[in-house]
Design a binder for this molecule. Structure first.
Ligand SMILES: CCCCCCCCCCC/C=C/C(=O)SCCNC(=O)CCNC(=O)[C@H](O)C(C)(C)COP(=O)(O)OP(=O)(O)OC[C@H]1O[C@@H](n2cnc3c(N)ncnc32)[C@H](O)[C@@H]1OP(=O)(O)O
Length: 308
């Protein structure tokens, strides 16, 4: 595992094409992975669990269910992102896995997006490390060589929406209380270019323009209308529909699907890979501004007051 973690991003030759393979490099990974537990049975199915992520791989189907289990709202902290990245990397390297379903083990929430406390009141070094981990999860999911389906069984703002959009297909629970979208503008922050491009590639330019400027959050039925999700189903059917859907994708020869995916996504992945350092600098400059810190502080308070 350590070798895997040290390895960085690489291109894997596949016939005449090169596929993207991400590496999760946080330097904090070994202590996190040591905390996880895992078991494997005779049919090569396996389960593993760490504090934020649980993975069940069915060796007979090749389908892995990756559940977010970071109470209370699956906010994407540095630890969460690191564990998720390691779990996905392990599955990508596991020949018995052909596709993953990302979902939540918590009620009503897929993910509350990036953990705001990681972007508030900390030092620039911390912000840089955190942002690198955000880049890594996007590079990992968007450039994933295997099939990735989001089973969105709750609200999914901002970073939660980004990870969903980075998957190949999205199925959302039909509860009208749930919301999904890039709401950054409502927090007084700005979605960076690769968030924006991921949305453009999902719903088109004009819808993204309106969504980003207003920080729009969509109900499941509206998300379906604009193509932000591909299917809306009763909540109790989200996981079974995701399993049926991934089974259809599995009928396609892996190499043909992988190369087609890479052809579509590689230019965007390459764009971020080529500008990672400047993107981190932009983030740190932006997030350390007094006015931005003030907006985030105000937003966090408003979340707490809403509850009171
Ligand atoms: C020039 C260009 C330069 C660009 C440079 C880059 C700029 C920066 C880009 C940053 C991109 C950011 C992406 C993000 O993902 S930001 C996070 C956005 N997320 C949200 O807005 C969601 C906020 N949360 C909610 O709406 C609700 O909590 C939710 C619907 C998810 C759940 O509601 P529920 O009622 O069930 O739960 P509570 O609201 O009571 O929350 C429970 C506790 O959890 C805390 N909480 C919630 N969300 C977050 C979060 N995202 N991070 C940290 N903590 C969160 C909440 O405060 C409650 O805490 P307490 O129990 O202590 O009160």
């Amino acid at each position: 595992m350590a070798a895997v973690l040290r390895r960085g991003f690489r291109l894997v030759s596949f016939g005449s094409s090169q596929l993207l393979c991400g590496g999760c490099k946080h330097g904090r990974t070994s202590s996190l992975s040591i905390c996880s537990t895992s078991s494997r049975n005779s049919s090569s199915s396996s389960s593993s669990s760490s504090s934020h992520v649980k993975v069940d791989l069915d060796g007979s189907t090749g389908i892995a269910v990756v559940k977010f289990q970071s109470s209370p709202v699956n906010s994407m902290s540095l630890d969460f992102l690191t564990e998720l990245c390691i779990s996905l990397e392990k599955l990508e390297l596991d020949r018995s896995c052909r596709g993953v379903i990302l979902t939540s083990a918590l009620p009503k929430i897929f993910s509350a997006g990036l953990d705001i406390t990681e972007m508030y009141g900390k030092n620039p070094e911390h912000y840089a490390e955190f942002w690198k981990s955000v880049q890594e999860i996007w590079l990992k999911v968007y450039g994933y060589s295997k099939i990735a389906i989001a089973a969105i069984n709750g609200s999914s703002p901002a970073g939660g929406c980004l990870v969903s959009m980075a998957c190949d297909y999205r199925i959302m629970a039909d509860d009208p209380r749930y919301r999904i979208g890039l709401n950054e503008a409502q927090l007084g922050i700005v979605a960076p270019f690769w968030f924006k491009d991921t949305m453009v590639n999902t719903v088109g330019f004009r819808t993204t323009e309106l969504s980003l400027q207003f920080g729009l959050m969509y109900s499941p039925s509206d998300a379906l209308k604009i193509g932000l999700v591909d299917q809306v189903v009763p909540e109790e059917n989200v996981l079974s529909t995701a399993t049926e859907t991934i089974t259809k994708w599995l009928a396609i020869p892996d190499h043909a699907r992988e190369i087609s995916k890479s052809m579509m996504r590689k230019p965007m992945v390459d764009r971020l890979l080529a500008s990672r350092e400047s993107d981190i600098k932009n983030f740190v400059n932006f997030i350390t501004k007094d006015s931005i810190q003030k907006s985030l502080g105000f937003y966090m308070n408003s979340l707490k007051q809403r509850k009171a």
